[in-house]
Design a protein around this ligand. Structure first.
Ligand SMILES: Nc1ncnc2c1ncn2[C@@H]1O[C@H](COP(=O)(O)OP(=O)(O)OP(=O)(O)O)[C@@H](O)[C@H]1O
Ligand SMILES: O=P(O)(O)OC[C@H]1O[C@H](OP(=O)(O)OP(=O)(O)O)[C@H](O)[C@@H]1O
Ligand SMILES: [Mg+2]
Length: 285
């Protein structure tokens, strides 16, 4: 089987979580320090460690078949690159920010302004869509400093917690796009590599589903079961097993992690006892 060539950020915000998710899908990679390329021991995969910003071009050219990359970079530089899976980490947004001291009454306020950014294509599209004109200053990092040193009136940059904006006395006024890490595929991928990619994607989906879910076990008197089952939908329907103590059962089910506390509260009210909640490693549905 031919190997799938996948690009992963060499170092930076995406690196650790990218390696972690590959490990969670059971792929073990021989990772010598400072290696730019490494092969998986137990899966037809070759990992190329590259700069996030360089990855779209490698995908366009077919130098790599796939990549784990920030969606914002694909929007900025990735013509014709498809996203096959959103990976749920490195969530952020690309936003316009202006000094806190300035009032903002709407998008028109950006007309004629000087905007500093590392994402010129994203900003140009945004300006065009809104019939605005502005002067762009393209800088590669520390964009948030630009208004404070008189280089720009506004910036467009990544925002996550908002603490960098806060520290630089800036306020977020428009969100251009939302982003997270994604699995992207080269338009030049061959069928054999695509078959490997499909296998990888299947494994990723099972890990991502599992991350969003929790396994719940509880005990309840039989007369309370009907109400409890209504609260616990489960993958199909909850498993009910008799306990050694007569008139009691054990119920097992899968719930969405986000609904966790609400469901537990409801379960307690209708008479569930000994509730256990466990993480799930994989979910193959
Ligand atoms: N503060 C943040 N919170 C969450 N995700 C972020 C944050 N900053 C960046 N990201 C996401 O992580 C990706 C990588 O960011 P990082 O700053 O590590 O690299 P970079 O400067 O874009 O690239 P390079 O690898 O070329 O140096 C970004 O494209 C974005 O999708
Ligand atoms: O809203 P926050 O949580 O503060 O995150 C936003 C900051 O994070 C990123 O920078 P990073 O720390 O990656 O530094 P860099 O500019 O060197 O890439 C981004 O460029 C912002 O500056
Ligand atoms: Mg950064």
């Amino acid at each position: 089987m031919r190997k799938l060539k996948i690009a992963v950020q060499k170092s930076g915000r995406l690196h650790d979580d990218s390696m972690k998710i590959l490990k969670e899908v059971g792929i073990s990679i021989d990772n010598g320090r400072d290696q730019l390329k490494a092969s998986a021991k137990n899966f037809p995969l070759e990992v190329f460690y590259l700069r996030n910003g360089d990855i779209p071009q490698y995908l366009v050219d077919g130098v790599v078949d796939a990549a784990i990359i920030g969606e914002n970079i694909l929007i900025e530089n990735g013509n014709n690159i498809s996203i096959v899976e959103k990976l749920g980490f490195s969530s952020c947004r690309v936003s316009v920010a202006i000094p806190k001291s300035e009032t903002y009454s709407g998008i028109q306020d950006l007309n004629g302004k000087r905007i500093a950014t590392s994402y010129p294509n994203t900003v140009t599209t945004f300006l065009k869509n809104n019939n605005l004109e502005a002067q762009l200053h393209i800088i590669n990092g520390s964009v948030e400093i630009a208004p404070n040193i008189g280089l720009a009136d506004a910036i467009v940059d990544i925002v996550s917690s908002g603490s960098t904006l806060f520290k630089n006395n800036l306020q977020e006024v428009e969100v251009l796009l939302q982003s997270e890490a994604v699995l992207a595929v080269s338009p030049k991928i061959y069928q054999e590599e695509l078959d490997v990619l499909n296998k990888l994607q299947f494994r990723l989906q099972s890990v991502l589903k599992a991350r969003k879910s929790r396994y719940v076990l509880l005990n309840a008197p039989n007369e309370k079961l009907e109400k409890i089952i209504q609260i616990l939908p489960g993958v199909k329907s909850p498993t009910v097993l008799p306990l050694a103590e007569s008139g009691w059962s054990s119920l097992h089910s899968v719930i969405d992690k986000n609904d966790f506390w609400e469901i537990i509260d409801e379960l307690k009210i209708v008479g569930a006892e000994g509730i256990l909640v466990c993480p799930i490693e994989n979910m193959v549905l």
